[in-house]
Design a protein around this ligand. Structure first.
Ligand code: ADP
Ligand code: MG
Length: 257
């Protein structure tokens, strides 16, 4: 068993299925008894909580601003206050906890608060085996260092030629952030049978997730996508992905688990 949690950042163009894949991955780790999982919503259009069926009352973003503008309770310094509020912002659920990052800051300098947030994240990390971050294509929160460097970056993409350009762009950003190429993997989502996924050179996608009517139905009914039946095609594919990630995270130790 690794000492630190294994952090997986899920990126990709809007609408490619980041939130769907993130929530199904969290669900899969729970099914594999790799609990608790920390779910981090780092997409400014935060909706990971909906996909997981929990409610978020506040994001770290609002908390961060508040720590500078609001009166700090007597007997607390800003440090303690941020730590205290951080714990409050954490949503505790069955098998996972969730924290929402909120929108990236505007022009003001929040370096001090960001440092504190990363310190809080570090303290928190000890409690988890896997951390799943639903992020956006620009990976703003990761590039600001608030979330540290992920152990693995998954790029969720449309399996067609259209997705290629985004894959290339995200790879470039990831490389600039110092992420080694072997940590970056492609996930093709919404694969329709009878079509061939686009050729990505020597790279083999770590997962190909089928287009699943049950995912769409959950979306239309506004029910949490993480609760689609265990034998639905997308869920089966993501469970397989979770097993692969677990193997990569634990290395050869996985046999003894
Ligand atoms: N494998 C899939 N099969 C069917 N529909 C999917 C699949 N993955 C995602 N979708 C649908 O695509 C839309 C965008 O997915 P979402 O996860 O919200 O993308 P993102 O978080 O990247 O913006 C949603 O309506 C979702 O239900
Ligand atoms: Mg999303």
């Amino acid at each position: 068993m690794q000492k630190h949690p294994f952090t997986i950042a899920i990126s990709g163009k809007g609408g490619t299925g980041k939130t769907t894949v993130s929530s199904l991955l969290i669900r899969s780790f729970i099914d594999l008894a790799e609990i608790p999982v920390l779910a981090v919503d780092a997409d400014p259009n935060a909706n990971l909580h909906e996909a997981l069926g929990v409610t978020v009352h506040e994001s770290l973003g609002s908390m961060r601003e508040e720590a500078f503008t609001r009166h700090i309770p007597p007997g607390m310094n800003r440090h303690d206050f941020i730590r205290f509020r951080f714990r409050q912002a954490l949503v505790e659920a069955n098998g996972f906890d969730l924290v929402a990052m909120g929108r990236p800051e505007g022009s003001g300098c929040y370096c001090f608060a960001n440092d504190l947030l990363s310190e809080c994240m570090l303290q928190l990390e000890g409690d988890y085996r896997f951390i799943v971050i639903d992020t956006e294509a620009g990976m703003e929160h990761i590039s600001r260092g608030t979330l540290g460097k992920p152990d693995m970056l998954l790029i969720v993409s449309d399996p067609g030629a259209r997705g290629l350009r985004t894959i290339t762009r995200i790879r470039e950003i990831a490389t600039q952030l110092g992420l080694e190429p072997e940590r970056i993997h492609i996930v093709f989502n919404r694969f329709k049978s009878g079509t061939a996924p686009v050729d990505i050179g020597n790279d083999i996608p770590i997962a190909i997730i089928p287009d699943d009517p049950l995912v769409e139905a959950a979306d239309l009914a506004a029910t949490p996508v993480s609760q689609i039946p265990a034998d639905s095609p997308a869920r089966v594919a993501v469970l397989d992905l979770a097993r692969k990630i677990r193997y990569i995270a634990y290395g050869s130790d996985v046999k003894t688990k």
